[in-house]
Design a binder for this molecule. Structure first.
Ligand code: ACM
Length: 713
């Protein structure tokens, strides 16, 4: 059993944390209290309470005493309103629960409410087509004898079931959920993940696993970026050359699209299709060159970047085509929203086409953005005629479009605020681009309501619907895409669901680590793909030394990968290098940095120096093991300079610690030499960054410090 006194401390802390609506400083204090509670020594002979690793953090949580045991006879009853979707949600939940606990699948019939472990009560069902802003709130009450999950709608039940799954932990007497009460609702109604399947096609199993991941962290919009210069990915029956000539045979049939939509719906997720136009559209023109503004012929684009081809906005035939195409897709995709892209139109084909120039003169259209606005107005009429609401990236924002459209901002909160001020609804993707390989904290700090959005009036704020993580697909394959999306997207999901004052980064990282392992149980491959990819690089089953290196490097950030490439990267390039295998964020480097910061500041925990030394020694020694394998694998050969550098960092760090331990000041010449080497080491190699270099630099600097001697330990 869990020790009650500790449990109570913990409960008290959490209650304050999530009931509070005070400012950030207070939140930090509360979180510090929470940490104190967690690390405070339990009374002799008792066990420390486990942290409650909910992510996203709920709006309100009160933890009581005791727990509800989850055994093989776990059963669910539905009272109140029911519908097939709710029954399926319960079935999915039971399957996930059994898998999580290692129990074989079993068809569990619904139980009598008087006997059930979990009673689910929904007042109402769900809309025929899931809508923005449907009630997703729920209340979960767990007692030692059973649990009650109540919600206004099926969607709220789905969210609460995910919370329940996250609460299940192994304990001394079996699996159990702590006694608690949660009252929860989202901060924003639109919490999405965009996956670009245009640049690299993603098979259905990848999409379904990501939908499972989204449901686990309460995301509710799958934005499916279905066409780009490099591929057109949906079957059109009306215009079959779109997929036949624009996809290399890699596209979704309409039946498969329906399958994904149904799968998403059963997890409370809307599916918004995006067909990017008038730019980012080369793949359309392979089969239908008459849509384009240039001469053609066109071929599927194999490079990355922003390209010249664009639809001809001056021809009526373009709109006739789009009317029929959008009509067909509007029937296939039931969601109310229809994304037309609209980003990054270069206008070069427009400039070079005399007929387009003549049209612009004749219609008093002065600039290319004005011409795009004309195109958007006509497309908006078509989208609206087919019963849909148009959505597009920042660039479509022009005051002459109706206020019903939705703007997705990839440029920042300021343009989101500008849209809201003009009466448009919007969502934020700036800061949530997971392809840029940022650390989770950097995404976590981005808030849709920050910067100019913070100064909006209440009514304007209502127009900010939420945000979307964006997985642009230049450098992802079905093998590594999940490791780019997860677990960092859980931090974005929390930003969009949890109260704005839930901001503690250490708490986020701790809970994100726990969620990452829960996603393993759902079958996501962000962790499981790692070692097999390393084995392929090493050409060996023995990946110990390579893993030592791989664990402390990260891919270069932002768009540096393109800049550093010796030849232009192509969509056909293999994605099997170390840069493709390693995690976007090194948790080992983060941990090492925490250890070094604590050590250098003085007064760190006992064992800190020993742990730092153990890591440094492993880094110093790994190269000797890795070197022989490098002769056998070209994939390994390119990372050997990094391996030598990691070894040098290990040696430098250990030498610095020796100086500190002996109370000697490191010689100035040694320090200068080491710092120069570290500067070299910080530069990217093989498109990777050695993330532990700055912390080793701190050790070197501390060892040659201004005579302050050894930090207190
Ligand atoms: C975008 O990143 N061009 C939407």
């Amino acid at each position: 059993m869990i020790a009650e006194p500790v449990r109570f401390h913990y409960a008290a802390c959490f209650q304050v944390a999530y009931h509070s609506n005070f400012g950030e400083q207070f939140m930090r204090n509360v979180m510090a209290m929470l940490l104190l509670c967690l690390v405070s020594a339990p009374p002799a002979g008792t066990q420390t309470a486990r942290p409650i690793n909910l992510m996203p953090a709920p709006a309100s949580l009160q933890v009581g005493a005791g727990q509800l045991v989850i055994g093989p006879v776990f059963s669910v009853a539905i009272t109140g309103h029911t519908e097939p979707r709710l029954q399926r949600a319960v079935d999915i939940f039971l399957g996930d629960l059994r898998r999580q606990c290692g129990m074989p699948p079993q068809n569990t019939p619904l139980s009598d409410p008087a006997k059930a472990t979990l009673v689910v009560n929904s007042e109402d069902g769900s809309k025929e087509v899931q809508e923005v802003g449907e009630d997703e709130s729920y209340t979960l009450e767990v007692s030692p004898s059973g649990a009650q999950l109540s919600a206004a709608t099926t969607l709220g039940i789905m969210r609460g079931l995910q919370t329940f799954l996250q609460l299940v932990e192994v304990g001394p007497n079996g699996f159990a959920v702590p006694v608690l009460t949660i009252k929860d609702q989202p901060r924003f109604p639109w919490r999405g993940l965009m996956i670009d399947v245009g640049r690299h096609f993603m098979p259905l199993d990848v999409l379904k696993r990501n939908l499972d991941g989204m449901a686990a962290v309460k995301m509710n919009v799958f934005h499916w970026h279905l066409s780009d210069n490099q591929g057109f990915r949906v079957e059109s029956k009306r215009f079959p050359k779109l997929q036949a000539m624009g996809s290399d045979g890699l596209y979704y049939t309409q039946e498969e699209v329906r399958e994904v939509i149904a799968y998403a719906r059963d997890r409370g997720i809307r599916v918004v299709p995006e067909f990017d136009m008038p730019g980012h559209s080369t793949a359309w023109f392979v089969g239908y060159p008459e849509l384009a503004s240039g001469h053609g012929p066109y071929a599927i684009e194999r490079k990355w970047g922003v390209f010249d081809p664009a639809m001809d906005p001056t021809k009526d035939s373009t709109y006739k085509f789009l009317d029929e195409f959008i009509g067909e897709m509007a029937k296939l995709f039931p969601d109310q929203y229809f994304h037309i892209g609209g980003d990054e139109v270069k206008g070069k084909e427009w400039d070079a086409n005399p007929k387009i120039q003549e049209f612009m003169r004749g219609h008093g259209i002065k600039t290319n953005p004005d011409l795009q606005a004309y195109f958007n107005r006509r497309v908006q009429e078509i989208v609206s005629k087919h019963g849909k609401t148009m959505e597009g990236w920042d660039e479509i924002l022009r005051p002459d479009l109706p206020k019903s459209i939705v703007i997705q901002s990839w440029r920042g909160q300021d343009s989101l605020a500008a849209a809201a001020k003009q009466g448009y609804r919007g969502l934020l993707s700036f800061g949530y681009y997971v392809d840029l390989n940022w650390p989770a904290w950097q995404h976590y700090e981005v808030d849709p309501m920050a910067k100019a959005a913070a100064d909006l009036g209440d009514e304007e704020k209502q127009r900010i619907l939420g945000g979307e993580a964006a997985m642009w697909a230049e450098y992802v394959s079905p093998e590594n895409i999940e490791s780019r999306i997860w677990p960092r997207t859980a931090a974005i999901a929390e930003r969009l669901w949890s109260p704005q004052n839930v901001r503690d980064v250490d708490s986020m990282y701790q809970r994100m680590g726990a969620i990452s392992h829960r996603l393993d149980w759902l079958g996501l491959t962000h962790n499981s793909s790692y070692v097999p990819m390393l084995r392929r690089i090493a050409g060996s089953d023995d990946v110990g030394a390579l893993r030592t290196l791989a664990d402390v490097v990260e891919p270069v950030k932002d768009y540096t990968r393109e800049e550093l490439a010796e030849t232009p990267p192509l969509s056909s390039d293999p994605l099997n290098r170390l840069v493709d295998a390693v995690r976007p964020e090194s948790m080992t480097a983060r941990h090492f940095s925490e250890l070094v910061d604590a050590f250098v500041a003085g007064g760190s925990k006992p064992g800190t120096e020993a742990e730092i030394r153990a890591l440094l020694a492993r880094w110093r020694d790994h190269q000797v093991e890795l070197q022989p394998l490098a002769e056998e694998s070209y994939l390994l050969k390119e990372v050997m300079p990094l391996s030598r550098h990691l070894s040098a960092l290990g040696t430098a760090g250990l030498a610095a610690l020796d100086y500190l331990d002996h109370g000697e000041q490191a010689p100035a010449a040694w320090k200068t030499e080491q710092l120069a080497l570290i500067e070299q080491i910080k530069k990217p190699k093989a498109q990777l960054l050695l993330m532990v270099a700055p912390s080793v630099q701190k050790l070197v600097e501390a060892s040659a410090g201004a005579g302050s001697g050894s930090p207190a330990r």
